[in-house]
Design a protein around this ligand. Sequence first.
Ligand SMILES: CC(C)(COP(=O)(O)OP(=O)(O)OC[C@H]1O[C@@H](n2cnc3c(N)ncnc32)[C@H](O)[C@@H]1OP(=O)(O)O)[C@@H](O)C(=O)NCCC(=O)NCCS
Length: 166
Amino acid sequence: MIHIVPATTSHIQAIQEVSALAWPEAFKDILSASQIAYMIEWMYSDASLREQMEEKNHHYFLVTADDQNVGYMSIEHNCENKEKTKIHKLYILPGQQKKGIGRMLIDFALQRAREAGDSAIYLNVNKHNENAISFYHRTGFFLAKEEVNDIGNGYVMDDFVFEKTI
Ligand SMILES: CC(C)(COP(=O)(O)OP(=O)(O)OC[C@H]1O[C@@H](n2cnc3c(N)ncnc32)[C@H](O)[C@@H]1OP(=O)(O)O)[C@@H](O)C(=O)NCCC(=O)NCCS
């Protein structure tokens, strides 16, 4: 049985455990090991997750399957005052992918965005993350623009921005 559970700071360790398994696998052919390590520390340290949850209005959700943590998502309503909900993170454990959980989370994000009064959901995806790009096409997103973001330490995020109208 799949459940989507609102996550708080008490779930930080659970999110870190899932990300530690999902990230290296998702990006092993896309990013260097050092960039993966840098980004995990930047986005998933205790302090960073706490700040996202408590100060940046990122709403986290854990996905459980038969009481095991198998994925997570974070979303922010009215992101950058655009009246759109941004999906900041969406990760499913490798062994749990292609079972419909990602689509379930997109539907959940759409419902939350609608309730928040936003007009669309959107996200950044690495230009070389072909699996995720196929998934976003399949779930009704369109390519809105391209974006390169400097994330420090000599690294950039070279992304597509995908959007889905509500
Ligand atoms: C991308 C991701 C979130 C998709 O979640 P998922 O649970 O595997 O996807 P679903 O099973 O819900 O798939 C939904 C649809 O997309 C399709 N799809 C999923 N992955 C696909 C792929 N790699 N290639 C082609 N189609 C794909 C499915 O076939 C399904 O189509 P259908 O509903 O019409 O049958 C998940 O694979 C993941 O966590 N990947 C690693 C992390 C990552 O890259 N996250 C995104 C960062 S921006």
